[in-house]
Design a protein around this ligand. Structure first.
Ligand SMILES: [Zn+2]
Length: 345
């Protein structure tokens, strides 16, 4: 009995010790391919009917996200403390759509007024006329579940007393597929002042491998990292070198680099084609994380079993490490002197 008592005391001390010594690597390791896969198998299932903005599929998606954040202990980030930013937006055909952004928020400690915004789009393109469902597992189920796991890692750290110094807003924007409307709505009607928004990390399609990287799939495209802030680029590079070791491909930093899409070669223009654009145009430095397009892009064949989950885990951990440094470093990221926001003309 006595020995057992000693043993349990020792175990108690040991567990307290490890608790206090948890490192960023431990939190990053809470991001697992198993959990990413579990979330995605629900989020990109037929039940969600392609998650088109303004449809029942979108309602299912936003409630799924709300339930997740509630059960994970992440607060709502909207003005009234709810998880939803209600909006009416107009699509390219002039139709008005009632839609919702989903916001989850972790308040920072000593620099709480400064906010990092992580984005991915919750919507996709719905159901085809012939009834085939566009599940959008990669686009952008992959970015959505990555954000869910990053939020969980930050919550775990906060519960151990390692909360972020700056605040983190997990902003799931909608109506991206209708023309980046949810992110435009947010930056036109920000819940947290844009002047205090230190950076945007935008995740849109990170679960697949494109035809250029079939031989060496451990890569990711980063777009925009050094355009407004050299600091952001350096933080991102260091996070990758210290913890993850992916090959970072910067070829699409140049919007004129050609890509083969929809049956023809054209300028990629990715810098303007996802939700980070509305942050950039407000002079907020941003990184767009992207795997490139593939044959299932915007097709009913963009499905869960084609996702490379081990790679999704690695890429998600890279974004987590980058976010961690941005919110915990002493100095706010600085903008390049005389740095100009490129316009979308
Ligand atoms: Zn997308």
């Amino acid at each position: 009995m006595k020995n057992l008592t000693y043993l349990s005391i020792l175990l108690f001390i040991y567990s307290c010790g490890t608790e206090a010594q948890k490192t960023i690597t431990d939190y990053a390791e809470s991001i697992t391919e198993t959990e990413l896969k579990t979330h995605l198998y629900t989020y990109a299932s037929d039940e969600f009917m392609g998650r088109e903005a303004g449809t029942k599929g979108e309602t299912l998606a936003i409630n799924f996200l709300k339930d997740y954040y509630e059960s994970t202990g992440v607060s709502g980030g909207s003005t009234d403390g709810s998880y939803f930013q209600e909006m009416t937006v107009t699509d390219r055909r002039g139709n008005s759509i009632d839609s919702y952004n989903v916001l989850a928020y972790i308040k920072g400690s000593d620099k709480a007024n400064e906010v990092l915004v992580i984005t991915s789009h919750l919507d996709h393109i719905g159901v085809e006329e012939d009834g085939q469902i566009n599940n959008g597992a990669d686009d952008d189920g992959s970015g959505t579940v990555a954000m869910m796991e990053i939020a969980e890692a930050f919550v775990e750290a906060k519960e151990d007393g390692n909360g972020p110094r700056r605040s983190v807003l997990f902003l799931h924007v909608s109506a991206e597929e209708k023309g980046l409307l949810g992110s435009k709505y947010y930056t036109d009607n920000p819940i947290y002042p844009l002047t205090n928004t230190v950076a945007n990390l935008n995740i849109d399609m990170i679960g697949r491998v494109d035809s250029l990287h079939l031989e060496q799939p451990d890569y990711i495209y980063l777009i925009g990292s050094d355009i407004l802030s050299e600091d952001l680029h350096d933080v991102s590079e260091k996070a990758n070198q210290d913890y993850v070791g992916l090959t970072i491909d910067y070829r699409y930093n140049d919007p004129t680099t050609l890509v083969y899409e929809f049956g023809r070669w054209r300028e990629n223009r990715y810098y303007y084609r996802s939700d980070h654009y509305h942050f950039i145009k407000n002079n907020i430095p941003a990184i767009f994380y992207f795997n490139g397009t593939h044959e299932d892009y915007h097709a009913p064949t963009d499905t869960v079993e084609k996702i490379n989950y081990a790679l999704l885990e690695k890429r998600t951990r890279l974004i987590f490490h980058t976010a961690w440094e941005i919110v915990n470093r002493e100095e706010r990221l600085t903008l390049k002197e005389g740095g100009e926001v490129p316009s979308d003309d």
